[in-house]
Design a protein around this ligand. Structure first.
Ligand code: DGP
Length: 113
């Protein structure tokens, strides 16, 4: 996806504050943080959203969850954290490349806005 901002970040064409990277995913600080810790984890493979994921992406999705848990530990979110996947219009998704938000270092509300 040549016009996808997160694909460009994944390729290093747009700079980001990297927190974690491996061959499948990149984790970086959110531009507009909603908590003292707010990072995004993206797959390097372009998927428009969680809705676009297929059975063949099962290992990738599992990898993302396990790595975001490791990042939470690395960032010392020992008191808890929230992982969010905004999906589609009603889900509040603004960037059309699957991403997980990791938010921490403050108490979260429920229900979310
Ligand atoms: P969402 O609303 O779930 O699609 O979240 C998209 C997030 O991406 C939002 O919190 C702001 C962040 N964001 C958008 N553009 C950039 C960017 O160029 N760099 C970084 N670091 N974050 C971005």
């Amino acid at each position: 996806m040549s016009d996808c901002i997160f694909c460009k970040i994944a390729k290093g064409e747009i700079p980001s504050n990297k927190v974690y990277e491996d061959d499948q995913v990149l984790c970086f600080k959110d531009l507009d943080p909603q908590a003292p810790v707010h990072v995004l984890m993206i797959p390097k493979k372009h998927l428009d959203s969680l809705s676009a994921a297929a059975e063949e992406d099962a290992a990738l999705l599992s990898h993302m969850l396990l790595k975001i848990k490791d990042v939470a530990k690395e960032l010392e979110l020992d008191n808890g954290y929230r992982v969010v996947i905004n999906t589609g219009e009603d889900g509040g998704q603004s960037v059309k490349h699957l991403h997980m938000h990791l938010l921490g270092k403050r108490s979260m509300n429920w229900p979310p806005g």
